[in-house]
Design a protein around this ligand. Structure first.
Ligand code: AQP
Length: 343
């Protein structure tokens, strides 16, 4: 009988976000907005994943500033640091230690299938960092280090959660005896709401992304009213009217994207939005979307600006969060090391 130090909770939420520049509407609707709702159910762990950020070159000064900005954005969007744990990944060394062990479980063939690496490395694959290739193993370590059961993410991260499940399952069969319970549970992705994948405002076939060279492609959480208004006014649409059913939007990605954004921001179903706007053109719809986006993002960006006036306080919040996270992470890593055979 193996004596272990950590306990598998019946439910535990973990998710992360990279401090790689301005957070955008996709990060907010695909991830943070859902985190805010989920924290009401159970203590959740949210990490600013700075170790993931350095998989592509970062200016150290900018990385530090972005870490503060992302922390401020998460708190401003409604994460309650009394209820949830918020910390930056690099302050818990166990992430890197577990990632190494999982590197020795994960197969090269599994990593070769990851589409995010192919997209981010592009044609210059030979010149990409090993960290960028290895990113999904570190992500698996982030999740499994807390024996998390649920991972709220945008649709783009689904493949990485599937890989995490494969790694967890493989670890269990390599290191847990038949008569013992599996050590890692297989975490479930939680991909919630109509804005699972918010698309670029300039091209409905590309996801809204921090690294898109076009500023007009995304709405940042820090955008002014004027910027939000201009970007939505210029957002690509088509000359057709808004239809009655979602089926009729399937071949109109830009139109569908704006309807999904409206639906998610207003917390109403897409059906309800179509009922309200069907038969109208985008010249009618866009001003309504502008008004709603400003109403929802305005308070977040003003609170963010307020919080950023005191970065020492933000550092304190992250440090307290790291202490709480470490209490969970240390015994899990201790167990993993034991199971693997380290003394
Ligand atoms: N467009 C999106 N729609 C819905 N969800 C999204 N997420 C990101 N983009 C969208 C979700 O936001 C969370 C944090 O993402 P991240 O910052 O860790 O990484 P990312 O997916 O690499 O974000 P970007 O903006 O696309 O960054 P770059 O341009 O650097 O690659 C995740 O839950 C993600 O699903």
């Amino acid at each position: 009988m193996t004596i272990l130090h950590s306990i598998q909770p019946s439910k535990r939420i973990f998710s992360g976000i990279q401090p790689t520049g301005n957070l955008h509407l996709g990060n907010y609707l695909g991830a943070i907005k859902n985190w805010v709702n989920l924290q009401e159910e159970i203590t959740s762990i949210f990490s600013i994943v700075d170790m993931h950020a350095i998989t592509v070159p970062q200016d150290p000064k900018t990385l530090r500033a972005s870490t503060h900005e992302v922390a401020a954005a998460i708190i401003a969007a409604g994460i309650d640091i009394q209820k949830s744990i918020l910390f930056n990944q690099s302050s818990i060394k166990e992430h890197a230690e577990l990632a190494w062990i999982l590197n020795c479980v994960c197969r090269i063939g599994w990593l070769n299938r990851m589409t995010q690496f192919k997209e981010k490395a592009g044609k210059n694959k030979e010149n990409a960092t090993i960290g960028l290739y290895n990113y999904p193993v570190l992500m698996a370590a982030d999740i499994l280090l807390y024996r998390a059961t649920h991972v709220p993410v945008g649709d783009d991260q689904k493949q990485h959660i599937e890989l995490t499940r494969d790694i967890a399952s493989s670890f269990n069969s390599m290191f847990t005896n038949d008569e013992e319970e599996d050590f890692f549970c297989l975490p479930e992705p939680q991909i919630i709401g109509p804005a699972k994948r918010v698309m670029s405002l300039r091209d409905g076939s590309k996801k809204m992304s921090k690294s898109d060279s076009s500023e007009a492609s995304r709405i940042n959480l820090t955008d002014t009213k004027e910027e939000i208004s201009n970007k939505i006014k210029k957002a690509k649409t088509d000359p057709e009217l808004i239809p009655e059913t979602i089926e009729n939007l399937k071949s109109r990605p830009e139109a569908l994207n704006l309807i999904n954004i409206y639906s998610s921001l207003s917390d109403q179903s897409v059906e309800k939005i179509l009922e309200e706007f069907s038969g109208k053109g985008f010249s009618y719809f866009k001003p309504k979307l502008i008004e709603l986006t400003i109403e929802k993002l305005g308070p977040i960006s003003s609170k963010m600006r307020y919080l950023l006036k005191d970065t020492i306080e933000i550092d304190k919040i992250l440090k307290t969060g790291a202490e709480k996270a470490r209490e969970i992470a240390e015994p899990v890593l201790k167990d993993v090391k034991y199971l693997v055979g380290f003394i």
